[in-house]
Every structure is written in C-alpha cells, then in structure tokens.
Design a binder for this molecule. Structure first.
Ligand SMILES: NC(=O)c1ccc[n+]([C@@H]2O[C@H](COP(=O)([O-])OP(=O)(O)OC[C@H]3O[C@@H](n4cnc5c(N)ncnc54)[C@H](OP(=O)(O)O)[C@@H]3O)[C@@H](O)[C@H]2O)c1
Length: 312
C-alpha cells in the first residue's frame, strides 16, 4: 500500500526522513480491524516525530498520522479516534492510561491507504461531513471541545481568550467557542493569522502579549512559555486557564516543553490531557451537523449542540 512514513528523524532537516511510497500493511489481531483511509489530517505531532521528538520516535520507521476518516470492513463511513489505551488502566479514562499511545507512535499511523485500528476506536462519520472535514475532528477539535466545554465551565456570554491564532487547536477553539455564544478574543503573532481568526468567528484579535480591554473568564493555553505570563495577567480572579500543551519554548532546540507552571494565586489551572475517550466523539460529531459549522468553514451560531448537563 501507499504510505507516508518517518524513516528517520533529524531536528534540523525533518523532511529528510520523510518517505512516501510502498509500505507493508500492519497485521490485524484480536479486536482490531482495518480501515480504508479516505482522508487523513496533518497534525503537528507528525512534524515532531520527523524532528526526533516525542513518543512517535520510539518505533521509527513508523507510518505517520494520528487522525483520519475512512470506510470500515463492512462499508461503514467512520472516523478513527486517535487514542489507543485501556480505560481500566486510566481509572475509566483511556487518556489517563500511562501506556496510552496515538496512532503514529507504537502503532502505524493513518497516513496510508489502510490502517489497523481497535474496533472500539471507530465512530460513525456524520453523513453531512466530507471525509476531509471528518478527518480534522479527532485530535485538535476533540481537544478544543473538551477544553471549552468540560474544563473551562464557560457559559454563553463569557469571554474566553485563545492564545495563538493559527494553530490547529486554536482554530477549533475559535470556531467552537464562537458557535457556543462565548465572546472569543484571540492573540496572534501575524496580521494575516489574526484576520483569519476574525473570519472564523473571533470577536476581537490582539497582537501577542497585548493588554486586553478587560480580564477574561477563561484562557485556552496551547502555546507555552511565550504566552504563559500574559495568560495569567489576562485572567479574572477565579477564572480558569486550560492547558492542552505548551511546546514553543524549545522549538529552536528541536525539543518541546513541558515548562514549569509558575505559582498562581486564586486563579485556577486546569492541566491534563485533552484528548478524549471514544465516548466523546459522538457528542462532538453533532456540532458541525447541527450548527452548520465545519472544520475550516466560517462561524455562525448553533447553541443546540452545546453539551447537556449530563455530558459535561
Ligand atoms: N493538535 C492536536 O491534535 C492536539 C491535541 C492535544 C494536545 N495538543 C497540544 O496542543 C499544543 C498545540 O498544538 P497544535 O497542534 O495546535 O500546534 P500548532 O498547530 O503548531 O499551533 C501552535 C500555536 O502556538 C502559537 N505559537 C507558537 N509559538 C509561539 C510564540 N513564540 N509566541 C506566540 N504564539 C506562539 C502559534 O501561534 P500563531 O498562530 O501566531 O502562529 C499557534 O497558534 C501542543 O502542545 C500539542 O501537543 C494538540
């Protein structure tokens, strides 16, 4: 089959290890099955692997890609949930399983014509989404969903600051946050990306580190050291910082964070990983179908798909 593979890694020349060509299919075992991939999305995780950073490097050569949509062996259109883990080992949450991995780490990834996946990782694809749109949902959009609706405890009308205008998770945060009726403020390093944030639903944009007109109810932090102090300065007392990652500090050295969280006063920090067990995907998949929102499309309104109290 045709596959996109990290054959080697190099912090300085990451594309030097990239191979696109014939590759053997992974064997299917136990409760696993094969999905014919129709679309896979690029995640920064794949670039980190090529740079020699993170768990993707444990098993090089490895097929890249953690997110995809395709067709299962029975002909059903499916989205592939990217986390391979044991819920029992994570106290009911597979993302907390110390042994959990993403596709493209211990197991070959989704940038291939076919990928072997656990049956439990398959979620029906909403018919209203294209395969390309559906392939964007698993990592970045599910992370954004959990940050906004499970961790931040925001209500319509609240103000949320998204640090970073053009990132994968940021894009999803802006779109979902605007659709949910939050006032979305965004910082970005370039005019072009700030304008793009406005197009997908941001209510106001600011240059990185700029003083905001008011303190916000929650900050979505996916950047790292470069924005951390600003995140804390911008937060109202009792507000929440939700952290899904922080890689920027060591980009130059070819290494991601983690960086140390400074002491905080009465503001609340909500760290913890934001990828979700398979059970959340059916919740997220309602969003584009009901609200007209699509990964990559302009924002509107659609409070119908806000999680119910039971789902929060
Ligand atoms: N993507 C996923 O599926 C996923 C899932 C769970 C957790 N995460 C974690 O979330 C974090 C972000 O992931 P991502 O995929 O969204 O990454 P990404 O697409 O590379 O986005 C990085 C973001 O960081 C901003 N940024 C980087 N360096 C900066 C600096 N020096 N100053 C200000 N802003 C800076 C960028 O801002 P500009 O827009 O201005 O360039 C951009 O918004 C990572 O730690 C990742 O591990 C990602």
């Amino acid at each position: 089959m045709l596959a996109v593979v990290a054959k080697g890694t190099d912090p300085a020349e990451p594309l030097g290890g990239l191979y696109v060509g014939e590759w053997p299919e992974a064997a299917v075992r136990g409760e696993w099955t094969t999905v014919t991939v129709h679309a896979a999305s690029l995640n920064h995780h794949d670039l980190w692997t090529l740079r020699g950073v993170g768990p993707g490097t444990r098993r090089v050569p490895v097929v890249l890609g953690s997110d995809a949509a395709g067709v299962d062996e029975d002909g059903n259109e499916v989205i592939i949930h990217p986390v391979v883990g044991d819920p029992a080992a994570g106290g009911g949450d597979e993302t907390l399983d110390p042994g959990r991995t993403l596709f493209g780490e211990e197991h070959d990834g989704t940038c291939a014509q076919r990928v072997a996946v656990p049956v439990r990782n398959l979620v029906p694809k909403p018919p209203g989404l294209s395969f390309e749109e559906a392939a964007c949902l698993p990592g970045a959009w599910l992370t954004a969903y959990r940050m906004l609706f499970r961790k931040a405890a925001l209500r319509p009308g609240d103000t949320v600051l998204v640090q970073g205008a053009g990132g994968g998770v940021s894009t999803a945060l802006i779109t979902l946050g605007a659709a949910a009726g939050f006032r979305v403020w965004v910082t970005g390093r370039s005019e072009e990306r700030r304008e793009s944030a406005l197009r997908i639903g941001a209510h106001d944009v600011f240059s990185a580190g700029a003083r905001l007109p008011a303190r916000v109810d929650a900050v979505m932090e996916t950047v790292g050291e470069a924005t951390w102090a600003h995140s804390l300065r911008s937060l109202r007392p009792g507000g929440r910082v939700v952290v899904s990652g922080g890689d920027n500090r060591n980009h130059a050295a070819g290494r991601p964070g983690p960086y140390l969280l400074p002491a905080v006063d009465d503001r609340r920090i909500h760290p913890g990983h934001t990828r979700r067990p398979t059970g959340t995907l059916p919740v997220l998949r309602r969003a584009p179908a009901v609200s007209g929102h699509r990964p990559g499309a302009a924002a509107g309104t659609g409070p119908e798909w806000l999680p119910s109290a039971a789902e929060r």
